[in-house]
Design a binder for this molecule. Structure first.
Ligand SMILES: CC(=O)N[C@H]1[C@@H](OP(=O)(O)OP(=O)(O)OC[C@H]2O[C@@H](n3ccc(=O)[nH]c3=O)[C@H](O)[C@@H]2O)O[C@H](CO)[C@@H](O)[C@@H]1O
Ligand SMILES: C=C(OP(=O)(O)O)C(=O)O
Length: 450
């Protein structure tokens, strides 16, 4: 079982006061809740704002730590930003100051890696602190280098930083074949291509939600993109991008699935509004096979005019274990970040479920923490879990693991657990969720900050 001896997860910002929750389990939830915009699209768009010499306005940006961290980094480079209620307006300086980057904020996020694609256009030499974030095991940066090398970027690592140099003249890359269908690597390649005055074809591209939002945003900025939402993306780059652009990123499929999981685990009827259907339908199909009962509203479009949304009403359901193992895939597939929630569903289901997280070395292990609440989760190896259900959930005191989704899974387990639980060092949850505890309270969950 994972144990950090009660120590604060490293992911928590230095100096930030630790926060803890007390949860009294067993309450039925009811009502409706809106899904907020996605962390992963918002951070990609913040990075993409560096491509634009004009003002970038992003609508309804989630107020989460990951966004704050990137904003701190942008501000340390001279970008001015202001919140206008829920919207965020970013104005770049004439020239960025790359000498005083807020390294503390940068090292707490992996998204900093997405500065490489935008910065290589204007800055022949620059340094970026190493990318960090949740402790999920090694996460490669090599596929990013393979793609960005074609735009003249060379990176050496020294003293905890990426030292980047960019060649003066490079031949148009033409076609780039990504070695992995990763989300941020696809975004980096798209952002590099957006200001390269040629047509670049990116193959084996991710077609995931954040990549789609980035493509739609760049289209607003005047970049023609063919094939958004497919694995071949063609970017018609332009040397200069200078427009006052206004864009509304779409809703977060991971938050949507977290809220649906909250309803399932507490056997409640709640309506989760603004669910991005294209990015949750595999999860829904699988949960339906497990016995989930829900209804859905007719579809409508998100504010970006492209993403299909619907309101889902989840009803108390008797779950059974699926016949086959559950494993994630690059989109279209069960989302890698939604996989941890299936440990929770499997614990509510009759029978035994195998969960295979081939992606991260260090994420499945954190799910064994559910055992403190009475779950029967067995780690077969760093990637495979065996989950027995249904279980009698019982309250316990647990420290959040240094990983966003497993921490939320524990919180949701506590909503079900008999008696009182304490979830300690919940700061990690704020990286990706805005006021999650408060919003669950509004649905009737008994949660208090301690
Ligand atoms: C800011 C952002 O958007 N973050 C998301 C993005 O991170 P990001 O794009 O940074 O994901 P990584 O590049 O770390 O990829 C995750 C892992 O999957 C492996 N891999 C990925 C694709 C592939 O085709 N083959 C393969 O083996 C990578 O080697 C790595 O070990 O995608 C991850 C995987 O969906 C999500 O968990 C993150 O929430
Ligand atoms: C792993 C995640 O994201 P990131 O790439 O920001 O670490 C996540 O959202 O669960």
């Amino acid at each position: 079982m994972f144990d950090n001896g009660g120590a604060a997860p490293k992911e928590r910002a230095e100096g930030e006061a630790p926060r803890h929750l007390r949860v009294t389990g067993g309450a039925q939830l009811s009502g409706a809740i809106d899904v907020k915009t996605s962390k992963n699209a918002c951070v990609a768009l913040l990075c993409a704002s560096l491509l634009n010499r004009g003002t970038t306005t992003l609508r309804r940006v989630a107020r989460i730590e990951e966004v704050n961290r990137i904003l701190r980094v942008l501000a340390s480079m001279g970008v001015r930003y202001e919140w206008i209620e829920q919207d965020l307006r970013l104005t770049p300086p004439e020239r960025l100051d790359l000498t005083r980057i807020d390294a503390d904020a940068a090292r707490r996020t992996r998204s900093i890696i997405m500065f490489l694609g935008p910065l290589l256009h204007e800055y022949p030499e620059f340094e970026l602190p190493f990318a960090g974030g949740c402790e999920l095991g090694d996460r490669t940066v090599e596929p990013h280098m393979v793609a960005l090398r074609r735009f003249g970027l060379a990176v050496e690592t020294s003293g905890g930083a990426y030292c980047a140099t960019v060649k003066d003249r490079v031949d148009p890359p033409g076609t780039i074949v990504l070695t992995e269908r990763g989300d941020t690597v696809t975004e980096n390649a798209i952002m590099a291509a957006a200001r390269f005055p040629a047509v670049t074809v990116i193959r084996n591209a991710s077609c995931n939600y954040m990549v789609q939002d980035l493509c739609f945003f760049l289209e607003h900025l005047g970049v023609r993109i063919d094939g958004a939402g497919t694995t071949t993306i063609t970017v018609h780059g332009r040397e200069d991008l200078d427009a006052d652009v206004d864009y509304a990123p779409s809703e977060d499929p991971i938050e949507a699935w977290s809220l649906i999981s909250a309803a399932i685990v507490t056997e409640s009827e709640i309506t989760v509004r603004r669910v991005p259907m294209e990015f949750t339908e595999i999860e829904l199909a699988l949960a339906e096979e497990m016995g989930l009962v829900y209804t859905r509203s007719p579809e409508y479009l998100a504010e970006n005019g492209r993403t299909r949304l619907a309101d889902l009403t989840v009803r108390p359901s008797r779950l059974r274990a699926p016949m086959d193992k559950i494993h994630p895939m690059p989109f279209p597939g069960l989302n890698i970040d939604n996989l941890p929630f299936f440990a929770l569903l499997a614990s509510c289901a009759e029978g035994s479920t195998m969960i295979h997280d081939w992606v991260y070395e260090n994420r499945a292990i954190y799910l064994t923490e559910l055992n403190r609440l009475g779950a029967r989760v067995r780690l077969l190896d760093p990637h495979r879990l065996h989950v027995e259900g249904p279980v009698e959930w019982a309250g316990a005191e647990v420290t959040c693991p240094p990983a966003l989704r497993p921490a939320v899974v524990l919180l949701l387990g506590m909503l079900r657990a008999r008696g009182t639980s304490e979830l300690r060092h919940i700061n990690v949850i704020h990286r990706g969720y805005e006021h999650l505890a408060e919003r669950l309270q509004l649905l009737g969950a008994e949660i208090e900050h301690i």
